[in-house]
Design a protein. Structure first.
Length: 192
């Protein structure tokens, strides 16, 4: 019985350590440049905005112009914005489709492939698009905001609350974003 319990404990320990990754351990391929990027190393300046995105989700397409505006407004103020795709395998065909999207859309930012869904699992991402705003902290990256980009994915002209803009503006002022989380609306993340 003791051997069985010891074996079960060992199995659970190994399983947990394999599935529980830290941000420092997550390296994703940028489909645009082909480079492998350590996510923790990108949390610098004012912060890193990860936008979980999919070419197949109509909500992602609705946010295209807003993503371009966000990048234009905040890129020179110390924020880095990156798209993250959790649904593609990272094959050459997948990378080509993401590069083509970036070229055709004018979004002009890194497009990371999270083929193993390590980043999505770490932050428990459930919707596309959903954003995570990471800021540098004394002991690593801090999630300063997570959730929706704004309150109306379907009609940019009807947006009355720009949650991500407000969070980044708060950080620029040296304040803590409020709210820190807003439920994202969009397509469900397909888990594998």
């Amino acid at each position: 019985m003791k051997n069985l319990l010891a074996l079960l404990f060992l199995f659970l320990s190994v399983t947990f350590s394999i599935s529980a990754q830290s941000l420092q351990e997550i390296n994703l391929t940028d489909a645009v440049t082909g480079k492998v990027i350590n996510i923790q190393s990108q949390v610098k300046g004012k912060g890193l905005v990860l936008v979980f995105h999919s070419l197949e989700c109509p909500f992602s397409n609705m946010y295209e112009a807003r993503l371009i505006a966000l990048r234009s407004k905040y890129q020179n103020q110390g924020f880095t914005l990156m798209l993250v795709n959790t649904e593609l395998s990272g094959s050459e065909e997948d990378k080509a489709s993401l590069r083509s999207y970036i070229d055709a859309s004018g979004v002009n930012m890194s497009y990371l492939i999270d083929a193993q869904q390590a980043l999505a699992k770490l932050y428990k991402i459930t919707k596309i698009p959903e954003v995570i705003l990471l800021t540098p902290g004394p002991s690593g990256a801090v999630v300063s905001y997570r959730g929706a980009i704004d309150n109306n994915p379907q009609a940019e002209s009807a947006v009355s609350s720009k949650y991500l803009d407000k969070a980044m503006d708060s950080i620029l002022k040296g304040e803590t974003p409020s709210p820190e989380q807003v439920r994202a609306v969009g397509c469900n993340v397909r888990t594998y």
